[in-house]
Design a protein around this ligand. Structure first.
Ligand code: GAR
Length: 199
């Protein structure tokens, strides 16, 4: 079983979807802890309800450097192999990313490189796109930028509300993130520039 840590800032629905698949044995991982930069993140309560260890990252008291040092210590103490970002809305520094040997994965609710950053679904909706989707990618020092591991596209339906589109995107996220993590933990990655394939 691969020890993983999940980082979140909000509701934690992706964390729940992953935790359910880990608990069922479908994903061969052990969730060492769930951490958040926000004490009021509902995802922390959801993790506690599932009996998972929760950790508050001290961004408020110690700033980014202090919080990342705290996280590094925790990751080393727990032997965490992969860090899984599930709605974690902070940019990790390049030194943190390289210390983790790039073993950090993120999900983003658009077809990157379109619409990085916050409220990607709303950005795409307001732009009037006909197609949007979900991206799972490795994390580098730039926002929503690292090499792509998986993408799934969705066509907008005529008359579809933003709310309905959000629901459909989250539904895809909850499946695609688990499927990709499962593959990631059981494969070797082959890099050709930004292009990644699973061996
Ligand atoms: C998800 O839609 C995720 O893709 C997005 O935050 C949401 C978290 O929802 N992440 C980003 O926008 C990263 N740039 P959740 O807390 O319910 O899993």
């Amino acid at each position: 079983m691969t020890p993983i840590a999940i980082l979140l800032s909000g509701r934690g629905t992706n964390m729940v979807a992953l935790a359910d698949r880990v608990a069922s044995g479908d994903i061969d991982a052990d969730i060492a802890f769930v951490a958040s930069d926000r004490a009021d993140a509902p995802g922390l309560d959801r993790a506690k309800e599932r009996g998972l260890r929760t950790v508050l990252l001290p961004y408020g008291e110690r700033g980014k450097e202090g919080a990342e040092a705290f996280l590094t210590r925790l990751v080393e103490d727990e032997g965490v192999d992969w860090i899984v970002l599930a709605g974690f809305m902070r940019l990790l520094s390049s030194s943190f990313v390289s210390r983790q040997c790039g073993k950090i994965v993120n999900i983003h609710p658009s077809l990157l490189p379109s619409f990085p950053g916050v409220d990607a679904i709303g950005q795409a909706w307001n732009y009037g796109v006909a197609v949007t989707g979900v991206t799972v990618h490795l994390v580098d020092e730039k926002m929503d930028h690292g090499p792509i591991l998986a993408q799934e596209a969705l066509s907008l339906k005529g008359g579809e509300s933003l709310h309905d589109l959000e629901e459909r995107i989250h539904h895809v996220e909850h499946r695609l993130y688990g499927d990709t993590l499962k593959r990631l933990l059981s494969s070797r990655l082959i890099f050709e520039g930004r292009r990644v394939t699973f061996d």
